[in-house]
Design a protein around this ligand. Structure first.
Ligand code: NDP
Length: 310
């Protein structure tokens, strides 16, 4: 059997960022500079890392960015006022509320308060509706990244049997809709699905967005399948590292240094029988920020009635 194609998310993300950079330069000739505001509440170290890299990428691409860092004690009403102010500003095209928010803040109310035209995360129900009805809008970054990986790797989507495992509002459902919009024949699975392996074995394209380390085993996939692994799971037990990555010296060294390694929702043993797969890390996750930048520029264009691609 041929060796599977590794779908390099890092390389595809660089390609997308370069394109976004060129669009930003073109917009500047019309006197427009896209702007992104990121709200980061409190001091969650992981969120701080994510937000810093988003702000840094904005700088690299010429996008204006602003970081708002209210204290953990901020109320829902105060957050709503911040969002209202950003909604009203013409220099801000995208508003991103870094999740998770403190428990006392009403996340749903806040996400719905963001203007749908500035909702660069694509979480607003209006954008979910636009996606469902095929209208131009802002799509969630992770599933949009999946489509970009498939398209830019020259893998066919139309007519393929696509199986999506997971039905969350931010990954599984929008991924299924986007694959459907690309004319795949789509099946969505979840925790109540009967005989999951029988369904996953029917997939030409299998998207795993479950949140369980290595859940999709090698005998659950058809040889030659395209595997898209969205999962990000941290292994902290040496036995698990050995089980998922037997004989992998690089992973063993990472584990020895950091006491953890990342694995997706697909057992790496399944990658070996696939036709193509996204590695973890370096696959789908690598595209999320690039798609956020893409959405910010798209929002800037849509708000001004300028032509936009997909
Ligand atoms: P959720 O927990 O919101 O959803 C998980 C889904 O998996 C649910 O629909 C659930 O079914 C389903 N599921 C759980 N157990 C099973 C099972 N045994 N068999 C079949 N289906 C099952 O997770 P998210 O969608 O937010 O995230 C999924 C994964 O993707 C996580 O690992 C997350 O870290 C990662 N992620 C990665 C991103 C990236 O940039 N690469 C971005 C976002 C998420 P049910 O609905 O019935 O409960």
């Amino acid at each position: 059997m041929n060796r599977p194609q590794v779908l390099d998310g890092v390389a595809i993300a660089s390609e997308i960022k370069a394109e976004v950079g060129r669009e930003v330069a073109e917009l500047s000739s019309h006197g427009v500079r896209p702007g992104l505001a990121v709200i980061l509440v409190g001091e969650v170290p992981a969120s701080q890392i994510y937000v810093r890299s988003k702000v840094k990428t904005c700088g690299e691409l010429g996008i204006y960015s602003e970081m708002l860092t209210p204290p953990e004690s901020i109320t829902t009403e105060e957050m709503l006022a911040l969002v209202a102010n950003l909604n009203a500003r013409d220099d801000i095209d995208g508003i991103l509320i870094q999740l998770p928010l403190p428990k006392h803040v009403d996340t749903k109310r806040l996400l719905e308060a963001v203007s749908p035209d500035k909702d660069v995360d694509g979480f607003h129900p209006v954008n979910a509706g636009r996606l469902q009805s095929g209208q131009p809008g802002l799509a969630p970054c992770t599933p949009a990244g999946i489509i970009e990986i498939l398209r830019r790797s020259g893998l066919p989507i139309a007519g393929q049997n696509a199986v999506v495992v997971g039905r969350s509002d931010i990954v599984g459902k929008p991924a299924a809709l986007m694959l459907l919009n690309e004319s795949a024949t789509v099946t969505v699975c979840h925790s109540k699905t009967r005989d999951l392996p029988a369904v996953t074995r029917s997939a030409d394209i299998l998207v795993a967005a479950i949140g369980r380390p290595g859940y999709v085993a090698a005998d659950m996939v058809k040889p030659g399948v395209t595997l898209i692994d969205v999962g990000i799971n941290r292994l902290t037990d040496a036995a698990d590292v050995q089980r998922f990555f037997p004989g992998d010296a690089e992973r063993a060294a990472t584990f020895a240094k950091r006491r953890s390694v990342i694995v997706g929702d697909i057992d790496p043993a399944a990658f070996a029988v696939s036709g193509a797969y996204t590695p973890v890390p370096g696959g789908v996750g690598a595209l999320t920020i690039a798609m956020l930048m893409h959405n910010t520029v798209k929002a800037a264009k849509l708000r001004r009635g300028l032509a936009t691609g997909k």
